[in-house]
Design a protein around this ligand. Structure first.
Ligand code: NAD
Ligand code: UFG
Length: 363
């Protein structure tokens, strides 16, 4: 059934890939994004992928866009704007990506992170409540398992001690949404705990476009490959892992995007009185592959896919990094019938296609 879905942060890396999947599944999408970490150019790219045509006057002026994709530049903390959006569009559910995500920056600017990620989500939920829209998919993170959880992480584990304000903001929002589900059984919430999203859409038209010096591994490697940066610093060569470098569960961003559609479908299922709740209430799912790779393995895979040499140096460990973690991905498989389909080779090949076609990202 076609629905209209509000996607906050839909111009960003994961949001843009999810919008493509939603449109290809015949949903209508309203994007709300303040462009603090993205470009409006992504809208044209999304339209090119899903082949939305702008209708034009005979004189050649743009008359109207196909109404399946609406972009609103604005902030999730703007209550009047949110109210207007829910009045104007027949929104049935929200996929909430908007937020700040740089771990290191969150340590130096905690108030900004709590304001945007926690207060922003509170504003969004209050507006949803008033509009009687009570279905939300939330971008959480594996970081909520904390520093001491045994691997692989599974959803039955309690949230742990987060080591930075970014992680704490995710844990706080999860708790807030869980409390709201307890208070009002009409709420339907998917807390999706992402592992390490990398890769890009196979068209090479959309991908990750970090501002400034990349914090994350794949964007950094890609920028070394195109000659923007001299060499990669590998943070730590003395971890208790087979090659001494950190291990993560890298997941293709398109697999991740598809996981959002499955999660949304699941929480929208009608409740069955006798068999208990189906879609209602709070649901937590890991979105990972269940397989970890080391930094050196990722470098080698990237070199193979791109034919480029990636010079690197082993440096001291980065503050706050864990040695190794990956997902127990069984719950999403059992309940959502979702498994990650793409291999590490697919992920790095697609990252490289995006980076080499767009050496300066969207600019
Ligand atoms: P991103 O920065 O590319 O996308 C976030 C988008 O939200 C951007 O387009 C930004 O302009 C927008 N935004 C930020 N604050 C806003 C506000 N107040 N109002 C409106 N728009 C706002 O990040 P991403 O990698 O696509 O991540 C999406 C979500 O997933 C984030 O919540 C992030 O914390 C979470 N997450 C990401 C990762 C990752 O490794 N990329 C891992 C775990 C969780
Ligand atoms: N790494 C390097 N050099 C770099 C960048 C990263 O060696 O220049 C290493 C890191 O030490 C780590 C691995 O590459 O071992 C992955 O690092 P990322 O920065 O790409 O990802 P993280 O696992 O540190 O963090 C990601 C998200 C966070 C989220 C966390 C847990 O960026 O938002 O996963 O889900 F909180």
């Amino acid at each position: 059934m076609t629905q209209t879905i509000l996607v906050t942060g839909g111009c960003g890396y994961i949001g843009s890939h999810t919008v493509v999947e939603l449109l290809q599944a015949d949903h209508k999408v309203v994007i709300l994004d303040n462009l603090c970490n993205s470009s409006a150019k992504v809208i044209e790219r999304i339209k090119a992928i899903v082949q939305i045509k702008d209708q034009t006057h005979a004189e050649g002026n743009t008359l109207a866009n196909d109404d399946s994709l609406t972009f609103i530049e604005g902030d999730i903390r703007d209550e009047a704007l949110l109210k207007q959006i829910f009045i104007t569009h027949p929104i049935t559910s929200v996929i909430h990506f908007a937020g700040l995500k740089a771990v290191g920056e969150s340590v130096s600017k905690p108030l900004e992170y709590y304001n945007n990620n926690v207060y922003g989500t509170l504003c969004l939920c209050q507006a949803m409540n008033k509009a009687n829209v009570k279905t939300i998919v939330f971008s959480s993170s594996a970081t909520v398992y904390g520093e001491d959880a045994p691997v692989p992480y599974n959803e039955a584990m309690p949230m742990g001690n987060t080591s930075n304000p970014y992680g704490t903001s995710k844990a706080m929002v999860e708790k807030m949404l869980a409390d709201q589900c307890t208070a009002d059984p009409q709420w339907r919430v998917a807390q999706l705990r992402y592992f390490n999203p990398i890769g890009a859409h196979k068209s090479g038209l959309i991908g990750e476009d970090p501002k400034g010096i990349p914090n994350n591994l794949l964007p950094y490697i890609s920028q070394v490959a195109i000659g923007k940066r001299k060499e990669l610093s590998v943070f730590g060569g003395d971890y208790p892992t087979p090659d001494g470098t950190g291990i993560r569960d890298y997941i293709h961003v398109v697999d991740l995007a598809k996981g959002h559609l499955k999660a949304l479908n699941h929480i929208q299922q009608p409740s069955e009185k006798k068999k208990g709740e189906k879609g209602q209430g709070e649901h937590i799912w890991n979105l990972g592959t269940g397989q970890g790779y080391s930094v050196l393995e990722v470098i080698r895979a990237f070199e193979q896919a791109s034919g480029k040499n990636i010079p690197y140096q082993i440096k001291p460990r980065r503050n706050g990094d864990l040695a190794a973690f990956w997902a127990d991905a069984n719950k999403a498989k059992a309940e959502l019938n979702w498994v990650a389909a793409y291999t590490l080779n697919n992920m790095v090949s697609d990252s490289w296609r995006w980076q080499s076609n767009n050496p300066n990202g969207y600019s």
